[in-house]
Every structure is written in structure tokens, then in C-alpha cells.
Design a binder for this molecule. Sequence first.
Ligand code: DLL
Length: 435
Amino acid sequence: MPIWNPEYEMMPRDQLEKLQVQRLREVMTRVADVPFYKKKFADANISADKIKSLDDVRRIPFTEKNDLRDNYPFGMFTVPLEQVIRIHASSGTTGKPTVAGYTRADLEVWTEVMARTVTSAGVTSRDIVHNAYGYGLFTGGLGFHLGAEKVGAMVIPISGGLTKRQVMLMEDLGATVLCCTPSYALVIAEEAAEMGVDFKKQMKVRIGVFGAEPWSEKMRQEIQSKLGLEAFDIYGLTEIIGPGVSVECEYHKGLHIQEDHFLAEIINPDTGEQIPPGEEGELVLTTLTKEAMPVIRYRTRDRTRLYIDRCPCGRTTVRMDKVLGRTDDMLIIRGVNVFPQLIERTLLSLEDIEPHYQIVIDRPKDQLDTIEVWVEASPRLFQPIDPDKLNELQKRVARELTQTLGISVGVKLMGPKSIQRFEGKAKRVIDKREL
Ligand code: DLL
């Protein structure tokens, strides 16, 4: 498969690491006058000239989401606002969003990493890209737009929503690539089926580039079999650039990080110590080339691990595992740690269960916390309704989840389409305890 920029994506490791050290020094210099970094660097007695090797990165303090919030909206910018030509913001559900700014050069870097990204998934100038990521402050829509246009593909900037129309246009315009969240891919599949469209036969879509939310291997299989395409996982976050931080290649052995632009580390989230390749921890990222809003040692809260062995695709960059969850979406229920991802994996391994679910946590007055999983059962159990089978299935799901999570889990089996559908990121957890 072609590689967009072999000079960087296949750079010998020693050369790449030299480049990273040099760029780390440059970015440290760039942020040195931002009051937030000035104070942090002074307290830690660190500065650009003290960075001699990549190991020295450990001496630099972390930046956290709250630091960006405290400096809302433009306090982390290193250039005058007249040099900033684009703003995006994270889809924070509570409080103020996190704002990111881009200079012209930043947009060029973003375009470059997104061109690498879509090329890695096999997209070329002959493709027709149906881009159903949301356009707007969210980075998904415009990020994919930049990369797909750069490689010369024809872009359909459809954004999210109006799913029937999406299905019609995908067929009429002959889309070969689908870009959206994995949960929305399933919604498209479902809508197509309802419209009587045989997705695999009538559509030309061969590649799916999915990300922006956690999705399990089981979910990948589900999407691939329903849509008849090869699904690629893509990762990124607004604070760093948007989509384009890392992406799978055709071997699907983890996501290659664009290391000439982003320096990746894994830390133990409790101690802040770096941990070795192969071990799971929290991903920490440093932007090496961003101008408007570089971020140094940003704690992403995403749990993953790094692989440093060589990938057969020929790229020399390190790979990160599929995001295994977030350090902050771990639910603590009656003292037990529960990861929503594990619930998804368990559900999708069971027969007669659809990939549409929500997790409801509650705290009834004066009682212990409860966890209930609402999940749709296969439509065939409702046509006609088969109470015995549903009853048996409900017990089986509850048993499996209780066993896997080590805590008693209630299960509510739902009829077709009764769980809310999402055009962008799915909201899987409803924690009523917060209210
Ligand atoms: O979601 C950027 C993006 C757009 C990535 C389109 C991929 C495709 P934010 O809205 O700032 O940015 O959310 C970033 O989403 O810290 C992860 O927790 C999660 N996330 C992003 N990609 C993945 C993925 C965009 N492939 C947050 N797998 C990140 C799991 C992901 N989680």
C-alpha cells in the first residue's frame, strides 16, 4: 500500500529521534513566554537548553485539561490572534469547551497528517469520500476534509444527521469511503436496511475510517460484516490537533503515531512515571510543531500501550494500541472498578444481542449504587415476540456481565430501535448519581 510521506513515516529511528529532540527544544522555546508554562518550567527548573535527549522529557511538568480550562479561551496561545486563522473546540459536555487555535502553518501540518492518515487506510485520488463526521467546532469533519482533498479524493461534506438522505447520496454518488464515528456507521447500516437497501450489494464503499470514540474489536467485526468494508481506527484529540495523531495501516496492528509531529509517552496515571513499551497506561502527548497552541506533555486520560516492534508495512513509527478506555470514564460502583469497554466487549460476544446499548448507574435513596445495562435484543425475537427466548436471553446476559465485572448487573432487554441513536459520539453511560 502506498505511504503518503515515506521520508518521515519511514525515517530511520535514530534520525527520527534526533529530529524529535530538536523539535522538542524548539517547542519549549516557543511556549516559554506563555505565563502558564513560564511558571511551570521555572518551578521544575527546566528549559529548552536542558533537553539533551528524549529521556529529558520526563523532567518537564504535565499539562492537564484543567490547565487549558483555566486559561480559556486564548491564554495558551503563543502567537498574536491575528496569526490565528481557525478555531476548533472540544465537545465538552459540562462547562466551557477547550479551545484550540491554528495558524496557517498549523493547518498545513494538519492537512499533511490527515493526508498520511487517509492514505494509510488506502484512500487515493480515485476515491469518493462520504464524510459524515460533524462539520463545525468539532475537528472531525473539517479534519477529514483537509486530508481527503489533499490526496485528491472527491469529498462529499455531508456532516452528520438526516441518515436516510445519507444512504441515498452514498448510493447515488457512488461513495467508496465512509468516514464517521463507529456508532454512526451502525446507524447508517440500520437505516439502509430499513430502506430496503442491500448495503453490500448496492454500495461501493470499501473503506471505513472510524474514530472519535472507543470501539471494541467486536464492534469492528460487526461494522465490517454489516457494511462490507475494511474498517480503520483513527485517533486524535482537539487539544493536540484533531484527528490525525495516529491511524492503523493495512495490518491493523495498532495505530501508527505521526511521531515527527507528536511525541508519545505512556505513564502510570497514579505516579506520573513513564512506563515501558507494551505496558498499559495513560497516553501523554507533546505537539512538536504546533504554532498557535502547542501543548507540552498533555495528559490525554486515554489508556493504551505503545508497540515499538517493526510493522510489516514499512513505517518506522511507534504504534499505539486501540484506546482501551479512559482513566476518567472508569466507573466505581459499590467500590468495584467497571470499564464501559469491557461491557461492550461482553455484550457483543453474545448471540442475539445488537450493538446498541446504554449503561445506567443509579443511587436509589439510602441504598447501594445500581448498574443496569439496557441493550437491544435481535429483532427476530420480536417478530413475533418470543417471551421465553427473551427471558432466557435476559438471564444469560445478566449472568455473563455479572461474572465478567464481578458485580451484580441488572439487564433490560429492549426492542428494536428503542436505544437512542447518535450522529456523532455515542453517549453510552447515563450516570444518574451526578444529578
Ligand atoms: O474526537 C478527534 C477525532 C475526530 C478523532 C474524528 C478521530 C476521528 P475530541 O472531540 O477532542 O477529538 O475527543 C478526543 O476522543 O481523547 C479519546 O478519548 C476519544 N477518541 C478519539 N479517537 C478515538 C479512537 C476527536 N479512535 C477524545 N478510539 C480522545 C477511542 C477515541 N477513543
